[in-house]
Design a protein around this ligand. Structure first.
Ligand code: PHE
Length: 337
């Protein structure tokens, strides 16, 4: 649990392999801090938390073992008495939340037939595309005072925009589908070679090596896999104009933000671009609002990003600075009450 300033903490349960358990702990600490920022920036009354189950390299996760792990997670969550609620993340599904739910009620995103709001991947993808739209408008010279590149296409039109999506898991694949529908020109990559079929099916360019997709000559790069892809070493090789995607903790080290800024590459903080899932789950499960209202709130990420871009431009600072101020002011305002 990273913060309870805005409300009880929440965050997904990640089951992943780590060479040392301490790396899993470090991941949990960084991911839970990112959840605090995600909820605060989205204006949701929750604090950040996360669960990481660190499997040793080579550990074979059989279905029986997974059940046991999920029950242990459920017991641990229950022992916190509602101060933390869990949800799906890398390595867990809405169905897994049902198993956790056998031990605790503090769990989001169970399938609808079990009374939950279902998987959050689609909402997360829609939120990322909303953020991407705001950036595309800016790249096309819209949204107030931007430079512009003389493009003749509609200001909010994604058609013909070149986008690289790195990571085709449940969220990345859905972003890919939404962008393809909108007519974007796609470069796709995943460490799982079987995902090439998806690229072939869409007539997209495929890179089996994620590094090639990360450094592809595109308008927008979408990191949609694990964190840490934006390293100091990769920045000089990047050929995109902006980076906006749902992967949590994209920056390997914080000062990559400045390196990107110096290269004129706009970076939308991951905790803003990835908020669609939590916005959807909280709106439906806690606020008891309709699916339509949840979708509308998720699409609101476009306005949030447009406002942040505007304010960053006016002040000549990075989006990260403006976003962090927003987070701090919301946490500060709550702490002062
Ligand atoms: N994996 C989701 C995220 O990182 C976790 C989540 C979904 C938490 C829905 C709460 C509700 O944002």
């Amino acid at each position: 649990m990273h913060s309870s300033v805005l409300g009880p903490s929440a965050g997904g349960c990640r089951i992943w392999r780590y060479s040392r358990w301490q790396d899993g702990l470090e991941d949990a600490l960084r991911l839970s801090a990112a959840m605090t920022a995600k909820f605060a920036a989205a204006g949701l009354a929750r604090g950040g938390g996360k669960t990481v189950v660190a499997m040793p390299e080579g550990y074979e996760l059989t279905p029986e073992r997974k059940r046991g792990i999920l029950h242990d997670v459920g017991d641990a969550v229950e022992s916190l008495g509602g101060r933390y609620a869990t949800a799906p993340d890398v390595g867990t599904s809405p169905q897994d939340m049902v198993v956790i739910g056998e031990r605790t009620g503090h769990v989001f995103c169970k399938p609808a037939e079990y009374g939950g709001s279902g998987g959050s991947s689609l909402a997360t993808a829609e939120g990322s595309v909303a953020a991407l739209r705001a950036v595309a408008v800016r790249l096309n010279g819209g949204g107030g005072g931007g430079g512009g590149n003389g493009s003749s296409r509609e200001l909010d039109d994604l058609s013909g925009l070149r986008v690289a999506v790195v990571g085709l898991g449940s969220v990345g694949a859905r972003i890919t589908a939404l962008l393809s529908e909108a007519g974007a020109d796609l470069v796709l990559s995943d460490i799982d070679a079987s995902k090439k079929d998806l690229a072939d099916g869409l007539g997209a360019q495929w890179h089996g090596d994620p590094h090639q997709a990360l450094t592809a000559d595109v308008d927008i790069l979408v990191p949609a896999a694990l964190g840490g892809v934006l390293t100091g070493e990769i920045v000089p090789d990047l050929r995109c104009r902006a980076i906006v995607g749902p992967a949590n903790n994209q920056l390997a080290v914080p000062d990559v933000v400045d390196a990107l800024h110096k290269r004129g590459i706009a970076w939308v903080p991951d905790y803003i671009a990835s908020a669609g899932g939590v916005i959807h789950a909280i709106t439906v499960e806690l606020d008891k609002r309709s699916e339509d209202e949840a979708q509308q709130r998720v699409r609101g990420i476009e306005d949030t990003v447009a406002e942040l871009l505007q304010s960053a431009d006016t002040r000549g600072v990075t989006l990260a600075v403006v976003a962090e101020e927003l987070v701090r002011s919301r946490l500060g305002a709550a702490a002062d009450r």
